[in-house]
Design a protein around this ligand. Structure first.
Ligand SMILES: [Zn+2]
Length: 472
């Protein structure tokens, strides 16, 4: 059952009753105030653990005059300073390879993962043996909540590399005793092969990025498959990008594949990253906060915001012995609520998912524009095809927003006979974007398949202005 000791030890053979909606029913459905007591106990143990073993946390907290024993409530906990990405990067430079916040002997690191390092020095993640088992149990529990069962076949269509997502889905699936199919991605020709394997093996669950699932659907059509008819996915769960939480993208994936599209994921530093995850009702990601305690704080003041308001998720491990993150500033943006979900879980939710990064936000002519809002508009317009780009330039003193969108084959066919079709589509996109983001963009229509596709996370924003955006 639910472990009471700390560090927690999970029973790797535990299973809930077959027909149960929950993995740990009592914990998932208990009064939120009651659960705070459990959370706080784990939090204290986690802080003590870090304070006693990590020069990084000891130094940081002493400078802020924080002692774990003086934190007596979750309210007190809000005085603990944030941990930021550049800070842990710097710390790893000073104390290589895993930083002064590695709280286990280096010989006990079971797995090394890391960031891709595309935007600066990569960060190394060292995960201990015990943590790896806890991560498996956390993911299994959350995947059960998504509706995945031991009878499922899980097709993992993402990179098996330093990227944590694929491995997390795999160990979670294995702990669930589901049939795992770690197909991977990224090798030339692999996507065409994927289609054949999916047709033949009939996996029932897909894991990857939303971009890749849409790319795969386009490729499937080109190769003569009809995803709804020829594939058998009943659940597709995603992380790595916000798409699965954007309503129109979610609907598009669900209609294309005839499946439930489930949004999950926080960030690799926070492995188990799936502690933000939707349940089968898909009402926005629940915060599974007895595994990772999540606060949503104001982007400027850093104070916890009330439910119903927007802010940055700040994450705290509650059962990580190797590299605990305590008040990790994710830099993402979300809105949280405690309104009940039909599933009966009492965890708070992010009804609109994570819809951007504070540092992804574009400020165009003084307006705050999130790329995810543009995606939402485009995916909701009939006739807009698979890919798009957002280009921001500056002509003289004025910012210009250019949105390039591919049209569908259907529009291409109809447009051949009547060029008014293109004009109408262009007008519809312009008006819809104007009313959503408050700016009139220049819309350029492109033929189907003009833009590059991705097998991983898409890069759809090109900011050509020669100044540094500062949001915070
Ligand atoms: Zn729910």
């Amino acid at each position: 059952m639910y472990p009471r000791e700390w560090p927690p030890v999970y029973d790797n053979d535990y299973f809930p009753p077959k027909d149960s909606r929950y993995w740990f029913e009592k914990m998932e459905t208990m009064d939120a105030r009651e659960r705070e007591k459990v959370i706080f106990k784990k939090l204290q143990a986690q802080m003590e653990w870090a304070y006693n073993r990590s020069p990084f946390y000891r130094r940081k907290w002493e400078a802020a005059e924080i002692r774990p024993q003086n934190i007596k409530t979750l309210q007190d906990f809000q005085s603990v300073p944030f941990v930021r990405k550049d800070e842990i990067r710097r710390d790893q430079e000073e104390t290589p390879p895993f930083g002064g916040y590695l709280c286990i002997p280096i010989g006990e690191v079971l797995r090394t993962h890391g960031t891709s390092g595309t935007t600066g020095r990569p960060t190394a993640f060292g995960i201990g043996f015990d943590d790896w088992h806890r991560i498996a149990n956390a993911h299994a529990r959350i995947m059960w909540g998504c509706g995945i069962r031991p009878s499922d076949i899980i097709f993992i269509g993402s990179f098996f590399s330093l990227y944590m997502g694929s491995w997390g889905a795999l160990i979670g699936g294995e702990r669930l005793r589901a049939k795992c199919f770690p197909f991977g991605a990224g090798v030339p020709g692999q996507s065409v092969m994927a289609l054949r394997w999916i047709k033949d093996m009939q996996p029932t669950v897909f894991y990857g990025t939303p971009s890749y699932s849409l790319y795969l659907a386009e490729l499937a059509k080109k190769e003569g498959y009809v995803p709804r008819r020829d594939f058998h996915f009943r659940i597709m769960f995603f992380s790595g990008e916000p798409g699965a939480g954007i309503p129109t993208t979610k609907r598009l994936i669900e209609e294309t594949y005839g499946c439930a599209c489930i949004d999950t994921g926080s960030t690799a530093e926070m492995t188990p990253w799936m502690t933000n995850a939707e349940c089968e009702f898909r009402t926005g990601m629940h915060l599974w906060n007895d595994i990772v305690y999540t606060e949503v704080v104001d982007v400027k003041t850093g104070k916890v915001v009330p439910f119903g308001e927007e802010g940055v998720p700040v994450y705290t491990h509650l059962e990580r012995t190797s590299q605990p993150m305590i008040r990790f500033w994710s830099g993402d943006l979300t809105m949280w609520t405690d309104e009940p979900c039909p599933c009966g879980r009492t965890y708070p939710r992010l009804p609109n998912g994570i819809y951007g990064r504070a540092d992804d936000m574009l400020v165009i002519r003084g307006e705050n524009v999130y790329p995810s809002a543009i995606e939402e508009v485009l995916r909701g317009i009939e006739g807009v095809g698979g890919e798009f780009r957002i280009i921001v330039t500056r002509e003289k003193v004025m910012d210009e927003l250019v949105v390039q969108a591919e049209y569908t084959q259907d529009i291409a066919n109809r447009g051949e006979k009547n060029s008014g079709v293109f004009e109408n589509l262009q007008k519809e996109i312009t008006t819809s974007l104007k009313s959503r983001i408050g700016l009139r963009p220049t819309v350029e229509l492109l033929e189907p398949n003009t833009l590059e596709r991705t097998e991983f996370k898409s890069r759809r924003v090109i900011d050509k202005r020669d100044f540094i955006k500062r949001v915070q």
